[in-house]
Design a protein around this ligand. Sequence first.
Ligand SMILES: C[S@@+](CC[C@H](N)C(=O)[O-])C[C@H]1O[C@@H](n2cnc3c(N)ncnc32)[C@H](O)[C@@H]1O
Length: 269
Amino acid sequence: MPERGRSAGGSLGASAGESSAGAAGHRRTVRSELAWRLVRAVLGDQITATGRSVLDVVDAGGGTGTLAVPVAELGHHVTVVDPSPDSLAALERRAAEARVTDRIHAVQGDAVALSDIVGPASTDLVLCHSVLEVVDDPAVALQSMAEVLRTAGALSVVVANPNAVVLAKVLGGHIAEARQALTDPAGRWGAADPMPRRFTVEQLRDVVEQTGLQVVAEHGLRVFADLVPGALSDEPGLAGMLLELEAEAAEDPTFRALASQIHLLARRI
Ligand SMILES: C[S@@+](CC[C@H](N)C(=O)[O-])C[C@H]1O[C@@H](n2cnc3c(N)ncnc32)[C@H](O)[C@@H]1O
């Protein structure tokens, strides 16, 4: 019988408590805290694996620096590749506020060109959070991400899960849209759905494995946080308990399948 409630090698649960703030003062919420813990854990693993305390990180589609800035605050060098000049301008402001400008390199570009931009086998960790949904060709973008990794380098991917949309649509009384999201190969609920595509854990695993990377972990993020009223998840005592529950459920296959987001960690072997 599969074991329930395993934490991600201690990375999700150990120091769980209230949501936290980075040095730049950007408060993380229950909705974003688990993803940050996973990133922090993989940074620790890469430091151990490489023997270097300062890592080369690429944030593909890093946008305004929600992840890149806190990673740079830990002392690592981060290259953010994103096509949006507005996002990159906001990133630069945020980096200046956090006094990490010297450790952040912002490049206007597409994820498919990552290998040309940062060079093959140049990177310890690629972050690709909430981006595969919108790129032109996820397989080509992932191939470029795989190419920039050094041996034993890691890829952290987060995508939207169509199963969560099915549940949300049913709960909102939109049954036809729920059925459309359930049967559509891209997990879209209709023509008005602003999201070009979503990925189940199986779809994400398949497309990542096509790059030759080895999938080493899969998690469900925001299993419950999007289902409870905001006031509840913002209430300090309950927020901590909700976070603990999220950490426990993240690796349970039953709950992972229903999470709002899927996180996958892969390695170049
Ligand atoms: C939802 S935001 C996610 C931002 C950030 N990764 C995060 O987790 O907060 C999606 C980002 O992907 C970027 N993006 C869109 N198309 C892209 C592409 N082809 N290559 C790289 N980034 C892209 C957008 O400009 C935007 O900054």
